[in-house]
Design a protein around this ligand. Structure first.
Ligand SMILES: NC(=O)c1ccc[n+]([C@@H]2O[C@H](COP(=O)([O-])OP(=O)(O)OC[C@H]3O[C@@H](n4cnc5c(N)ncnc54)[C@H](O)[C@@H]3O)[C@@H](O)[C@H]2O)c1
Length: 370
């Protein structure tokens, strides 16, 4: 098979879908890998490194799109890429179709086979190609929070871990899933006093077994939340209701309970945010202040650390990419139920319920197409 890796052209996207070590493994399987010059630059991978790994470097995106049987990307194809998609071509990337009706129509009309990272799903319910980005965002939430707690950023002037004889900062985390657990690990490792609120008792029991002693686990309800909010120096919003907007757990009036110069990092802002006053921001202009509380609400946090994010993402996507290259989309989806769930649109037919609901198009059963 010919596998193609175009350079990402969406604004501020510096990740790449395949790293040189992945190229080497796919080339060793006797496939051809076409990589557009500069594709790995934003993540620190040179053209020379790709060529040394066995990639055929090409100077134009069109050369990748016209020749490749499978396109590997990070972000959804943007409008200038739509005419390049063609019938039967596999496109393996994040699509987030529910967010864009026009993208859905373009992909349906192209006849390509769209396999979406975000809907590949394990029997446990885990979304293994979203997990790495939640890990990155959770860890970054504390790094960013610590920075904005510093006096020159307008924060309380607190060192997260304190020092001997001085109390550490209190990090309150709403939601103990992937983001929350990763935030807690970093905050606890830096010596902060950490509290996680979650609704799931089973999740709290698990976390009680694996978290260090400076992490307190509490069952989430409004009473406890308000009590904790008054003491928090850094609040991390990390709740998720699958398939729905985040619940607004912290209301505007609750900010009055918080300290002036305390910081909110609402990671859940990409699902609407769990803090009523959180509005999406960008890496160029990440924060604003409401009622004396600093808000950080960047919707694509992993974008700030493209090298780590690329490696984390490709570690997770690579095994699926390799089986798609080896067995074709039909064979790979027959062999893997998680990958079958990644099929969203097949040669003009919508095969994922969420995409059919959002677009109003007819839903086909993917099992009948493989
Ligand atoms: N901003 C970014 O760059 C970025 C990057 C990655 C993920 N995210 C977002 O972060 C959020 C969390 O993702 P995740 O992977 O950790 O999800 P997850 O499903 O692993 O965890 C969510 C947790 O929230 C808990 N929860 C639900 N309702 C709650 C409530 N009312 N009170 C307390 N806990 C509650 C659930 O029990 C679960 O443990 C999502 O919105 C995700 O899209 C954002």
């Amino acid at each position: 098979m010919i596998v193609g890796v175009p350079r990402e052209i969406k604004t501020n996207e510096n990740r790449v879908a395949l790293v040189p070590s992945g190229v080497e493994a796919i080339a060793a399987d006797d496939h051809t890998v076409l990589v557009e010059a500069g594709a790995g630059q934003g993540s620190g991978f040179t053209d020379e490194a790709y060529a040394a790994a066995g990639a055929t470097m090409v100077s134009e995106a069109d050369q990748v799109w016209t020749k490749a049987d499978m396109i590997m990307k990070v972000k959804e194809p943007i409008e200038s890429e739509w005419p390049k998609m063609r019938r039967g071509q596999i496109i393996f990337t994040y699509f987030h179709f529910a967010a864009s009706d026009v993208l859905t129509r373009a992909v349906v009309e192209s006849g390509c086979v769209a396999i979406a990272y975000e809907t590949v799903q394990l029997p446990s319910g885990e979304l293994p190609l979203l997990t790495p980005m939640s890990e990155v965002a959770g860890r970054m939430a504390v790094q960013e929070g610590a920075r904005y707690l510093e006096a020159q950023s307008g924060g309380l002037g607190l060192l997260l871990g304190g020092v001997p004889g001085v109390m550490p900062a209190h990090v309150l985390i709403l939601g103990g899933g992937v983001v929350g657990t990763n935030a807690a690990k970093i905050a606890a490792g830096m010596g902060a006093k950490v509290t996680i609120l979650d609704l799931s008792l089973n999740r709290l029991r698990y976390l009680a077994d694996v978290m260090p002693a400076n992490v307190t686990l509490l069952h989430s309800n409004r009473h406890i939340l308000l009590e904790q909010l008054a003491d928090a120096d850094l609040l991390v919003g990390a709740v998720l209701l699958p398939g729905a907007r985040a619940p607004k757990l912290v209301r505007r009036e609750d900010l009055a309970l918080m300290k002036q110069g305390s910081v909110i990092v609402d990671v859940a802002v990409d699902q609407g945010g769990c803090v009523e006053t959180a509005k999406p921001t960008t890496h160029e202009n990440p924060t604003y202040v409401v009622d004396g509380v600093i808000h950080y609400a960047v919707a694509n946090m992993p974008g700030a650390v493209p090298r780590t994010s690329t490696l984390a993402l490709t570690n997770a996507t690579f095994p699926y990419a390799r089986s798609l290259a080896g067995d074709g989309w039909r064979g790979a989806c027959r062999a893997s139920k998680p990958l079958l769930l990644g099929l969203n649109v097949v040669e003009g037919k919508v095969v994922y319920p969420g995409v059919a609901d959002a677009s109003g198009m007819k839903l086909y059963d993917p099992e009948t197409l493989i």
